[in-house]
Design a protein around this ligand. Structure first.
Ligand code: TPP
Length: 514
């Protein structure tokens, strides 16, 4: 077999089941190998940011890496923003990037570029395959590297001659490293801090937002009275009956600092110490003041759930705590404000939904309103690089074909990777896209005001306005094979959302906000 087939056979043996691809000439052997070897579903994305964001969403829901198949430096570069988000989400992803044949690089043909330099900032592991003979083992190493706790982006550059030259066969899968156990001393220190009678909080992130860790955290809270707060942008937060309602740390630094200021002991589990999203004059980067003692219980690469369980035992927590019961918010009526939109989604989202929130300013109300909705997963924009929502919804739907995916999508961010809609249609993905059409880069208008620009000039207004011309999302969706409708009142939206939830396959609702 050739190197490409050896690599794909290795990937199948390693448990890989999905390849999100936008290939070119240098990937033709790899494309052919996806047919020669059964076991990997190949899904075309019409822009590389769709492929990389979908790999992120898939990993968040499935825990296993998908392959991306990308074309040299420029193709990879188109996928970097969502790999940045994947890196922040600690998602395992394996990028396969075809490159020119080793001997052709010296010719400096038009598509030649320094791929390794492009890959480095978003990849925890980068290797360029040297010969066909090593390609299958390089693939096994890449997959194990992606799964290295807590999960990371691994990038394998595959010169085309390595893909077409003959190899002896596939390589054996490499066992990924296990998470390290947290030393007792840290559990002890966290317990002492939370039991000393002053205000304490567990600050949760990464794998601490998954059910087993959340249940242990709830028990710690029951025993010590500590608050449960989670990082502002969760890769995957499990919510629902049996799980505690966890507060989200506010986004704006003043509000976040206010929330943290009464806390004497802040214990980190799976999260790093919170910092401001941006630097502002006269505001420190750290959100906790000098009066708050920060204790690191567990890094996300460690056994966070085990550490929280050990902490629960150490503080003699009850074996179980009364859990939240599902509680639906009422139905909104009248003008379709962002609040009404969030309320409508929270009121109707089905049990088992996966909610991908790139609603930006329009999504703010939804989070609290859905706190007691039936069991669901909530996925946020981890790295601030917008254009993540629709691709992540694609990946979540590919990972969980039996669950309804709701993509709560701000319009400006949605335009970065709207080609995702075509992949939804082609793969018949069960995704309901709700576009919060405020026809503005609203957050940037807020930031202009925060920067003291009370009356933005014509250019500043133009650079934050999306209303001329207004985007016609129903037509954009139709053009990519997704049926859509437009809602202008809460009642309109409720009717359209009910219909979309009752049907299967992709649907889009443009919610024109009041
Ligand atoms: C890749 C990338 N490009 C640009 C930005 C800067 N940016 C942040 S928010 C934003 C606009 C968001 O508008 P929209 O998605 O419509 O949400 P809204 O603020 O209106 O709620 C932009 C351009 C970014 N964060 N990431």
């Amino acid at each position: 077999m050739n190197g490409a087939e050896g690599l794909i056979r290795t990937a199948v043996a390693s448990g890989v089941e999905l390849c999100l691809a936008n290939p070119g000439t240098t990937e033709m052997q790899l494309v052919a190998a996806l047919d020669a070897v059964p076991g990997i579903r190949a899904v075309l994305g019409l822009f590389e940011g769709v492929c990389t964001g979908a790999a992120d969403g898939y990993a968040r829901m499935n825990g296993r890496p998908a392959l991306t198949l990308l074309h040299l430096g420029p193709g990879f570069a188109n996928g970097i923003a969502n790999l940045h988000n994947a890196r922040r989400a600690h998602s395992p992803v394996v990028n396969l990037i075809g490159d020119h044949a080793t001997w052709h690089l010296a010719a400096d043909a038009p598509l030649t570029s320094d791929i390794a330099s492009l890959a480095a900032p978003v990849s925890g592991w980068v290797r360029k395959c040297a010969t066909a003979a090593s390609l299958p083992a390089d693939g096994a190493d890449a997959i194990a590297a992606a799964l290295d706790p807590p999960g990371q982006v691994a990038t394998l550059i595959v010169p085309q001659d390595c893909a077409w030259d003959r190899v002896a066969g596939p390589a054996a899968p490499v066992k990924p490293r296990a998470r390290d156990t947290v030393p007792d001393a840290r559990v002890e220190a966290a317990a002492a801090a939370l039991e000393d009678g002053s205000a304490g909080a567990l600050f949760l992130g990464g794998s601490a937002l998954r059910a087993p860790a959340l249940r242990a955290a709830a028990r710690v809270a029951a025993a010590t009275g500590c608050a449960l707060i989670h990082e502002t942008f969760a890769a995957r937060l499990e919510r629902g009956p049996g799980l505690p309602v966890v507060e989200k740390l506010p986004y704006f630094p003043e509000q976040a600092a206010d929330r943290l200021s009464p806390i004497v002991h802040l214990v980190l589990a799976g999260a790093r110490e919170p910092v401001a999203f941006f630097g502002y004059p006269d505001h420190p980067s750290r959100l906790a003041s000098g009066a708050t003692h920060v204790h690191a219980l567990a890094d996300d690469a460690e056994d966070v759930a085990g550490a929280l369980e050990a902490l629960a035992q150490r503080v003699r927590a009850p074996a179980r705590v009364a859990s939240s019961t599902p509680e639906r918010v009422g139905l909104p009526a009248g003008p379709l404000t962002a609040g009404a939109l969030g309320q409508a989604i929270a009121a109707l989202q089905p049990e088992g939904a996966i909610v991908v929130d790139e609603g930006a300013t329009s999504g703010l109300a939804y989070f609290a309103l859905s706190a007691r909705a039936p069991a669901h997963d909530y996925l946020a924009l981890t790295g601030g690089a917008i254009g993540q929502g629709l691709p992540t919804a694609v990946g979540a739907a590919l990972a969980c074909p039996d669950r309804k995916v709701i993509a709560f999508q701000a319009d400006g961010s949605g335009m970065y990777t709207l080609q995702s809609l075509w992949t939804c249609a082609r793969e018949a993905l069960d995704v309901v896209v709700v576009v919060a059409a405020n026809r503005a880069y609203r957050i940037l208008q807020v930031e202009l005001a925060r920067a003291g620009i009370a009356e933005p000039g014509a250019q500043a207004r133009a650079l934050t306005d999306l209303s001329h011309p207004a985007l016609d999302w129903v037509s954009l969706a139709r053009g990519m094979g997704v049926p859509g409708s437009r809602a202008e009142t809460a009642e309109d939206f409720l009717a359209a959302f009910r219909r979309a939830l009752a049907e299967s396959g992709p649907r889009l609702i443009e919610a024109v906000l009041a």
